[in-house]
Design a protein around this ligand. Structure first.
Ligand code: GLN
Length: 288
C-alpha cells in the first residue's frame, strides 16, 4: 500500500499537465482529504494511505485533471488572509482583487481621519458573489456596515455561510437584487462607498479563457456584454446619486479597460477625481 509521500509525488505528476502549481495543489488535495496541515504532510509522509482515501483522491485528482478549479474541489479559497467557502455558483476570489479591498480600506481609513466624528461607514458591494470583498472590508474595518448585493440567490447562500463563519452578521446585510436596480432604488446619499468587481469579460472572449474559468465559473460573474464594458457604462451614472458628497466609487477593471472606464466617469460629469491603480503584475486593475 502506498505511503502518503509517494501518493503526493504521484498526484503531483498527474497534475503537472494542468497547472504550474502541481506540487502546491497536490499538497492541498491531500491535506483536504486527510484533514492534515502541510507540516504534518511533510513530517508524517511515510504513513500508509487508507484505501478509501486513495480512491477519493483518485477521483479528486482526475476531476482536477479535467479542469475543475482546485478551490471548488476543496470547497474554500483564501482571500485577504481570510478563508471563504466557495462553490461553483460563485466566482473564486482572485488575488488581483485584493488591490480593490486594500484601496477601499485605505480610503475608509482616510475618510475616518478627515471625519473623526464618523462612527460608521456605509458601504455597498455590488455583485458580491462569495462575499469576499464585502466581508474583507467588514472584517478589517470594524466601522464599516456593508450591503452585499447579488442577483444570484445561489451566490448569496454561499455569502451567507461566509458571513456566519466570519462572525460578521452585525456588519453585513445580504441583498438579493440586480445591482443597477439596487442603485436606482437606494435613497440619495445613502453610502460612503460603493465597491464592485462587476462582470467585465467581453462575451466572445469568455470562450478563449482557460477551461477552469469558461467551463466552471458562473457566466453571470464574468460576462460584461459585447465589449465587456456594459456594467461600467451604467455604474458611472447610477452610482452618483446614492453616494454622499465626497463618497467613493471603487471598481475592479480588466487590464485594458482603464481608458474606457475613465471616459465613462468623466462623461457622467459628477466625479471629482478619477484614478487608476495597478496590481502586482503591473496591470491596470482598479479605478477609483
Ligand atoms: N478577473 C476575472 C478573470 O480573469 C474576471 C472577473 C470579472 O469579470 N469580474 O477571470
Amino acid at each position: 500500500m502506498p505511503s502518503v509521500r509517494s501518493t503526493l509525488e504521484n498526484v503531483k505528476k498527474q497534475l503537472s499537465s494542468v497547472t504550474d502549481n502541481a506540487h502546491w495543489e497536490a499538497e492541498a488535495l491531500l491535506c483536504h482529504l486527510l484533514g492534515w496541515d502541510r507540516l504534518k504532510l511533510f513530517m508524517d509522509g511515510e504513513t500508509v494511505l487508507d484505501p478509501d482515501k486513495e480512491k477519493e483522491l483518485e477521483q479528486l485528482t482526475s476531476r482536477r485533471g479535467a479542469g475543475e478549479p482546485l478551490q471548488y474541489l476543496l470547497g474554500h479559497a483564501g482571500f485577504m488572509g481570510l478563508d471563504f467557502v466557495v462553490e461553483p455558483g460563485v466566482l473564486i476570489p482572485r488575488s488581483d482583487t485584493e488591490l480593490l479591498v486594500e484601496t477601499a480600506l485605505a480610503e475608509l481609513k482616510d475618510a475616518g481621519l478627515k471625519r473623526p466624528s464618523a462612527k460608521i461607514f456605509k458601504v455597498a458591494d455590488l455583485g458580491t458573489g462569495s462575499g469576499a470583498i464585502a466581508l474583507s472590508i467588514a472584517h478589517y474595518e470594524t466601522r464599516a456596515m456593508v450591503c452585499a448585493v447579488d442577483l444570484s440567490a445561489e451566490a448569496l447562500s454561499v455569502a451567507a455561510e461566509n458571513v456566519m463563519r466570519l462572525g460578521l452578521t452585525r456588519q453585513v446585510a445580504l441583498v438579493e437584487a440586480d445591482m443597477f436596480e439596487f442603485l436606482e432604488r437606494s435613497e440619495t446619499a445613502s453610502f460612503d462607498m460603493i465597491a464592485s468587481n462587476p462582470p467585465y469579460i467581453p462575451t466572445d472572449v469568455i470562450e478563449t479563457l482557460q477551461v477552469e474559468v469558461k467551463a466552471h465559473e458562473p457566466r453571470l460573474a464574468l460576462d460584461g456584454g459585447p465589449d465587456g464594458l456594459e456594467p461600467y457604462r451604467r455604474l458611472a451614472v447610477l452610482a452618483i446619486r446614492p453616494l454622499i458628497p465626497g463618497g467613493r466609487l471603487i471598481l475592479e477593471i480588466g487590464h485594458d479597460q482603464a481608458a474606457a472606464v475613465k471616459q465613462f466617469l468623466l462623461d457622467a460629469g459628477a466625479w471629482e477625481k478619477v484614478e487608476c491603480l495597478r496590481d502586482l503584475q503591473g496591470n491596470d486593475r482598479v479605478i477609483t
